[in-house]
Design a protein. Sequence first.
Length: 148
Amino acid sequence: MVNNNTVMKSGRCIECGARETDGFSCYELFGFPLVWEHNDSKLYELHFWLVSCYMIQHPSNYTEEGYKHLVNLFIDAYDNNWDTPYILKKNREIVKSIGKITNPIPNEERKRELRLWSMTIEDIYLGGEQNAIKNIKKWKERVRNDLR
């Protein structure tokens, strides 16, 4: 299994800049909306966007080719307003032609670089479960704009 734990220094994720909140690391904050999805099928429909936004902000989890694939899939899906089944179909087609997607380097040895994003998982967590749908939609818009 891939280790996607983030590295926090001085209370901030060294990749996305999210602050440690309520004692939770960036990666631990990501677990909350994943749980919330089980309580709301409408929220679960946004699973691709939730995971993509988070993972795009943590490129050390991927090989260079894998990260480019994720970003390009996100941009194509967003710009063309693809529905989730189509996104997943396209992903399966593309993954067949890519070698390794996840970073094989041990987590603690990966090179990480801070990029400040206009919105992170911290914002989703702070907005709470009741605002998760609205905030994830906002997050995908912000990530798309940040990638321009």
